[in-house]
Design a protein around this ligand. Structure first.
Ligand code: SF4
Ligand code: ZN
Length: 747
């Protein structure tokens, strides 16, 4: 291992820690030791420091111990190039750097205005640096690491030599489905600004995430990695060894260090502070690949691959992405879709503004629908794509036209129950094409195609090609033939939409007749075990997976499609408690699937052996003892709740595959189910929920309210407009005569 980089990283670490100390001194004078500090909407405090040390930094005065700890980690500052036989010193220096980074960054949140945009999407104007990801983003994006739609991330520091190179590298990383986390600058210029100059859409939606221009913003990438380990992996804060191992084994990430000028003296433009950050990343098993010739760090005990790779003169820009992928050992799968534009999940979040659009369909601007239906094998010609009516070249710029997307599928193992599941994929599959935007479903869909895509030769028929190619690759277990007709003449669209509507209605009826008592099979989901090893979701017709993404029908279809996948059919077996939702067959499965950790659970109980949670839940139900009832809070609600905790704080104690009586994670759909905490008396126990959630699920709630004979019950549930403490909830309940007041005591 090289003595030069060790010296540089250690020198850099000293500089960063010193800077953090100065920033802290200044902030202490200005704001005082009692000032509350936080990254907005997170239950993970300063995530990297919390993960590594277990320290819960909440106030300004909590920062000095962090700095002290960083200082203790710092090896003595080298006066000359010293030979260090182990990587250990460099790693410690790297960790000290990251602690200091996080201190510097959190203090930025006290500035006015805050130098970061606090919403997920980059606004087109104003400040586009995003800063720390909040827990909503974390969960939404983290799940992509769980299900494999995102294999990992590339942390880019510095800037490319020019705008074109930056765009090329970004596109290459996007096509490999990687997240791109950007921080720091080189001579005043940053990679993110280069992309912006080229008009590239930045933000979590496109996976091009500009964290911050300061070098210290690099810590946001590693903080993200720490939170993934804690929230999905169930690793305890402070268990740094497991956090680091978790990342090394599960998160495919690397650092791309750009020094901007290849002709400069080796290493000239990668300053000490950047070396120090790279040393921080190496702790996680994330190697650094540089475009300037810097001393390499070769394998030691920590990683089996190289830590810093640059060759003599740096890795050329057209090879750097490939090189990084090789070094980190990433297996990237791209199934080629025959369209003239880029294709991959990274393009899913792309929006198309009106000025950039060539034409649009649906979205209340024209009649539109999309529909998947099952046919006999003999009726279809696989791969046939027909456009009936004008093609894209027949539509003038800015045009609006009707569209009916009629997809027919056949296969030996196809069933009508799978039609809606296939139909729901249209959204994701269309969006993955660069220059195609899709929203909604059924007869409320909306499609835009960009001018750029049109220029590249994209046609309506390509929408059909996408469906044909992707249905075959993803659903070949159930499908043999796929045939698509795209109608763009109003008379056809109107006529066929009626036919589709009859089926939509029929499907809705069927779903509402399914209930837990009428089926003998439930489905398990262990998808989240890749991140939360002891967690299992049991999916029943009346209780969907807690992430809200898997219904019982989805579980059923997924099993048929992929019999060895994460969804298995489970026979309920003997009913042990109909009211609490306990079955012998399910208990047996849970015991084995949780590795003998959990003996039994009650699917409908909050207080007695509730179901475990992985971290993906849409809502949390928590007991409000004073009200003799419960409150529900959804993930999108960032404010304080009457329990005295925010969602993010509660989430910390509910997740990780544990059973926590009194607290439970679940989907939104479950709240409107007749089985919602039936063990405790059901719906009538709900005393508080945020207004936004109440309105979102009101139709479901009202149906249940009628069923239990209190038709106006929904308006007896307090929300933040009338109550923010337990006492206020109580007062409200007394005013409206809430039924929980006369129920038997919960505790
Ligand atoms: Fe994870 Fe449960 Fe959703 Fe499956 S159903 S993805 S286990 S949260
Ligand atoms: Zn999960």
């Amino acid at each position: 291992m090289s003595k030069i980089i060790a010296s540089a990283a250690i020198r850099g670490a000293h500089k960063v820690v010193k800077r953090a100390e100065e920033v802290l001194q200044g902030a202490l004078i200005k704001h005082g030791a009692e000032k509350t500090i936080e990254f907005p909407n997170t239950g993970y405090y300063l995530p990297l420091i919390y993960a590594m040390t277990g320290m819960e930094v909440q106030k300004m005065k909590d920062l000095q111990p962090v700095i002290d700890r960083a200082k203790r980690l710092l090896p003595p500052e080298p006066t000359e190039h010293i030979w260090l036989p182990y990587l250990g010193h460099t790693l410690d220096a790297g960790m000290a750097t990251l602690f200091a980074d996080e201190v510097i960054e959190v203090i930025k949140y006290l500035e006015t205005p805050v130098p970061y945009s606090v919403t997920e999407n980059c606004p087109d104007t104003g400040n586009f640096w995003l800063g720390a990801a909040d827990d909503i983003i974390m969960r939404k994006r983290g799940i992509e690491f769980v299900d494999g739609t995102a294999p990992g991330f590339a942390a880019i520091v510095g800037a490319a030599p020019n705008v074109e190179t930056a765009v090329k590298i970004a596109r290459e990383l996007q096509e490999k489905n990687l997240y791109v986390f950007m921080s720091s600058e080189c001579e005043g210029l940053s990679f993110a600004e280069q992309l912006r100059e080229a008009g590239v859409q930045l933000g979590w939606e496109t996976r091009l995430v500009p964290f911050g221009k300061d070098i210290s913003a690099t810590v946001f990438a590693l903080g993200f990695a720490c939170r993934a380990a804690m929230s999905f992996g169930g690793v305890q804060p402070g268990d740094f060894r497991r956090i680091l191992l978790y990342n090394k084994n599960r998160i495919f990430a690397f650092v791309l260090a750009f020094g901007m000028d290849k002709d400069a003296a080796p290493g000239a433009l990668l300053d000490d502070e950047k070396y120090a950050q790279a040393a921080g990343a190496i702790n996680f098993g994330f190697p650094a690949i540089a475009d300037v010739g810097i001393p390499e760090i070769l394998p030691t005990g920590v990683c089996t691959y190289e830590h810093v790779v640059s060759g003599k003169t740096g890795i050329p820009h057209d090879k750097i992405v490939q090189k990084a992928i090789e070094v980190r050992g990433l297996k990237v799968q791209i199934s080629k879709v025959p369209v003239p534009v880029s294709y991959g999940p990274a393009f899913e979040g792309e929006r198309i503004r009106k000025e950039d659009m060539h034409c649009e369909m649906g979205g209340n601007r024209s009649t539109a629908f999309e529909f998947v239906t099952m046919k006999n094998m003999t009726e279809l010609e696989d791969g046939s794509v027909e456009v009936i009516g004008p093609e894209i070249d027949g539509v003038k710029e800015g045009g609006v036209l009707p569209v009916g997307i009629w997809i027919e599928v056949a296969g030996r193992d196809m069933q009508p129950d799978f039609e809606p599941i296939l139909e729901r994929q249209i959204h994701r599959l269309f969006n993955a094409a660069q220059g195609v935007f899709h929203m909604g479903q059924r007869d409320a869909n909306w499609i835009r195609i960009s001018k750029e895509a049109k220029k590249a030769g994209f046609k309506f028929s390509h929408l059909g090609q996408i469906i044909h190619a992707k249905f075959h690759t993803e659903y070949n277990k159930i499908l043999d033939k796929v045939q698509i007709k795209i109608y763009t003449k109003l008379a056809d669209v109107e006529h066929l939409r009626e036919e589709a509507r009859r089926i939509y209605h029929f499907r809705d009826e069927r779903l509402s007749t399914l209930n837990d008592d009428s089926v003998d099979t439930f489905y398990s989901c262990t998808l989240c075990q890749s991140f939360a090893p002891s967690h299992v979701c049991i999916i029943t017709p009346e209780r969907s997976g807690l992430c809200g993404a898997y219904s019982w029908l989805d579980g059923k279809a997924a099993y048929q499609i992929e019999p060895t996948g994460p969804n298995r059919p489970l026979l309920k077996g003997e009913v042990l408690s109909a009211q609490k939702g306990q079955w012998k067959g399910i208990n047996d499965f849970i015991y084995q699937a949780s590795r003998n950790n959990i003996e039994r659970f009650n699917a409908y109980s909050l207080m007695e052996d509730p179901m475990t949670s992985c971290g993906c839940f849409e809502c949390i139900t928590a007991i409000l003892p004073m009200t003799n009832g419960v409150m529900i809070v959804n993930r999108e609600y960032p404010e304080m709740t009457p329990s005295g905790m925010k969602f993010s704080t509660m989430a910390g104690s509910v997740g990780g595959g544990l059973q926590t009586p009194g607290f439970m994670g679940h989907s939104k759909y479950y709240v409107g189910s007749s089985k919602y905490i039936l063990g405790e008396g059901g719906l009538k126990r709900i005393t508080w929920m945020p207004k936004m959630l109440k309105e979102e699920i009101r139709p479901l709630l009202e149906k249940q309210a009628v069923r239990i004979g209190i038709p106006n019950f929904v308006d007896m549930i307090a929300d933040e407009s009338v109550a923010s403490t337990e006492e206020e909830v109580m007062e409200f309940m007394q005013r409206v005569g809430h039924p929980a007041l006369s129920m038997e005591p919960m505790l």
